[in-house]
Design a protein around this ligand. Structure first.
Ligand code: FAD
Ligand code: SF4
Ligand code: SF4
Length: 660
């Protein structure tokens, strides 16, 4: 029988106020296998740990139970403490008599009884613990950043500056993300391109950064330190190595279509560079609209290209590369405003979104920076802004705040007044949220110096009357209906996760919340890590964010990546799943349930009645397994067990509870 110690912590008065710790220790002395038990004010403190180490030596302990706070808090403290005394760290169990007992109960007698039960269960479990040993895995010193918006660019530059090679990948033709579409940025009103372009160029010219645009991640295998990523490089139909970016092809291409970058307010050719500062500044052919690729006619671009760069035969390319760490920085997309039928969005040409207005205000936009209504090109005089369109609206399934809209609406009102001094802005709002450095001052200036009129209330209807738009709503401060005759309505469309964010999450094996935002490992303490080791988050893919927050998170993710890549080797999780092949029926349930894609079926041959039989069993990749335990719960044959949490151990705990 194992020799077990029990150490009961008071956690100051946190536990001791509701639990008689001395009594718990006293009762623990009678539990099977317990040869020593004591209580102490702070077990995690230096003297507390010394006391444990001395007891391990003096009583020749094989394992011990600490009855204290949550294992999330101090499990590693007590494991290290055991290691220092020469005990295998997995021979330690921490049972939680604080969050699960003292903090949720007021009655000391009952609290003490429950603590005794919890401790007895811990002792029963540790009696069945086996020493576990971590293995080490090598680290590929290269990172992949998915998404080259401002967050991805910043993360890539920081990782590259730390000395590690980075592949910065984006599915669009150029890097830049939404910031490339934005005209000026709050709260400083500096031109977005002026601060973004140098970053894009810096990334493109960095010796440690490889830019891969017009590409997507198709599959991810492997595990932290060694992710094998399959990347689809889509056919551009232009050999970027031969192309000099002269632009002759786009000039001569006869096919004009609406430009996605210009929010359909402008046009582009079938062979095009999405915007003048695009990086890489090489064209791509939009196969759907190209006359040659869709109808076999034309081919003008190929004829005029002086370097023979146009290549209609180009095909998508699949490459597999290994990376040690991955940063996901895939950003957001604008909420689909057509879901607000009452606003005429998608039906009335002059009801637009903030991103449309950004393009109308931009000097290199479709109107060369002149603000004109999409319907008739008239300069608007009365502009109504509506905030929280697709944000903080339970009915539309968007209960969250999009965080940047309050500020960008104040920015739009300010810039409009600068461009059109005779114009008047009306802003319908629920609240104004300006929690950022210099944000409140910026909002106050929009009202006081730029004549923005804020109206608290919601708009119920927008309709066309002649060439005007009638905006009908309610001023909830004055408690009366309000109607404004407007020339242009701008909806502050909220931020939505990318439509395919969930697919990417499944490919990467990371989790997402009910809306589709990728989830961090811990909202306060691990805000840039995912639950999958080696995969980090940056920017608005984790939740709505403005540029300063996206950049800050990107740099934080880069530090995490650099610290991971700086290691010679990584220690693999010791508490992983193990399949007992003798019991495995090869049903494959565990394969489909494992969120980390750590299990596969393999064929084994075995001797049966003098012959050989082949059958299928599960096999766990110890590097990929994160020890979540989902497979052991799903396994109908009890073949799958989590080391340190085996069915046998859990049943022993249940038995101990029933022995009360
Ligand atoms: C109208 C408007 C005005 C704004 N004005 C301001 C402002 O003035 N100041 C401010 O601080 N913030 C502003 N913002 C917010 C700002 O746009 C965001 O904070 C910023 O764009 C977030 O950067 P990001 O890199 O996280 O995401 P994004 O800019 O969305 O970039 C994400 C990138 O990832 C790529 N991507 C997506 N999915 C994949 C995939 N599966 N594979 C590969 N690549 C992928 C995209 O193509 C894109 O390039 C504004 C937002 C809007 C809508
Ligand atoms: S072949 Fe296609 S891309 Fe080239 S010029 Fe003709 S339509 Fe434009
Ligand atoms: S004409 Fe040829 S070299 Fe010039 S931009 Fe087009 S593809 Fe590149």
């Amino acid at each position: 029988m194992k020799r077990i110690g029990v150490f009961v912590c008071h956690c100051g008065t946190n536990i001791a106020n509701t639990v008689d710790c001395a009594k718990v220790a006293e009762r623990a002395k009678d539990f099977p296998g317990v040869v020593f038990a004591c209580d102490y004010k702070y077990m995690c403190s230096e003297p507390g740990q010394v006391m444990i180490q001395e007891a391990i030596g003096e009583h020749n302990l094989d394992g011990y139970v600490v009855a204290a706070c949550s294992p999330r808090m101090h499990e590693s403290t007590f494991r290290k403490c055991a290691e220092r005394a020469g005990m295998n760290p997995y021979m330690v169990e921490q049972v939680n008599i604080r969050e699960q007992c003292s903090w949720v109960h007021a009655d000391k007698t009952k609290g003490t009884e429950k603590s005794i039960d919890i401790t007895r269960m811990g002792v029963a479990k540790v009696a069945k613990n086996e020493p576990l040993f971590s293995t080490t895995i090598p680290v590929t010193k290269r990172a992949l950043v998915i998404g080259a918006g401002i967050a991805g660019i910043q993360a890539a530059i920081d990782i590259a500056d730390a000395g590690y090679p980075v592949t910065l990948l984006d599915r669009e033709h150029s890097m830049g993300g939404k910031m490339a579409q934005v005209d000026k940025t709050f709260p400083t009103l500096d031109c977005s391109a002026c601060i973004l372009t140098p970053k894009m160029v810096e990334a493109a010219q960095h010796p440690n950064i490889e830019i891969v645009t017009y590409a997507e991640v198709e599959a991810v295998d492997g595990f932290v330190g060694n992710f094998d990523v399959t990347i689809r490089k889509k056919a551009r139909y232009v050999d970027v190595n031969k192309c000099t970016g002269c632009g002759l092809c786009s000039e001569k291409c006869p096919k004009k279509v609406v430009s996605e970058f210009e929010m359909k307010l402008g046009t582009r050719k079938a062979i095009y560079v999405p915007f003048p500062q695009a990086v890489p500044n090489k064209p791509v052919i939009d196969a759907k609209n190209c006359r040659y690729l869709s109808e076999g006619k034309c081919g003008v671009c190929k004829k005029v290209c002086p370097t023979g760069a146009v290549d209609f035969e180009q095909k998508d390319e699949l490459i597999v590369e290994r990376f040690g760490a991955i940063v996901v920085a895939t950003g957001f997309e604008q909420f689909d405003i057509s879901k607000y039928e009452e606003y005429g969005a998608g039906r009335i040409a002059d009801v637009i979104t903030g991103l449309h207005l950004e393009r109308l205000m931009n000097a290199s936009g479709p109107t060369m920076g002149k603000i004109k209504r999409p319907s008739d090109g008239k300069v608007p005089e009365r502009i109504v802004f509506i905030k929280c369109v697709g944000s903080r609206d339970e009915a539309k399934g968007r209960p969250y705040c999009s965080r940047a809209c309050c500020m960008y609406v104040a920015k739009h009102a300010t810039l409009l007044k600068e461009k059109l001094p005779a114009a008047k802005s009306y802003i319908f709002y629920m609240d104004v949220r300006t929690a950022g450095k210099n944000y409140e001052e910026f909002y106050a200036r929009a009202q006081n110096e730029y004549d923005a009129q804020y109206i608290r209330g919601r708009v119920s209807k927008i309709f066309q009357a002649g060439d005007k738009l009638i905006v009908r709503g309610e001023d909830s401060l004055l408690g009366r209906p309000v109607e404004i005759e407007a020339d242009l309505v701008v909806l502050a469309a909220g931020m939505d996760p990318q439509q395919d964010a969930k697919d990417l999450a499944r490919t990467l094996g990371i989790s997402y919340d009910q809306h589709g935002w990728f989830t961090e490992a811990h909202p306060k303490l691990r805000p840039v890590e995912t639950h999958t080791a080696g995969i980090f988050l940056a920017g608005a893919c984790q939740g709505p964010k403005d540029i300063p927050d996206s950049v800050a998170q990107a740099s934080a993710a880069a530090v995490k990546v650099a610290s991971l890549l700086s290691k010679k080797e990584l220690t693999a999780e010791a508490q992983t799943a193990r399949c007992d092949e003798a019991y495995c029926s090869g049903c494959g349930l565990c394969v489909s349930i494992c969120p980390y894609k750590a299990i596969e079926l393999k064929r084994i041959s075995e001797r049966v009645h003098g012959g050989t039989r082949e059958r299928q069993v599960s096999s766990v990749n110890q590097g990929l397994c994160q020890g979540c335990g989902a497979c052991s719960v799903a396994c109908p044959s009890s073949a799958m067990n989590l080391k340190g949490f085996s069915n046998d151990q859990i049943l022993a705990e249940v038995d101990a509870l029933c022995q009360r």
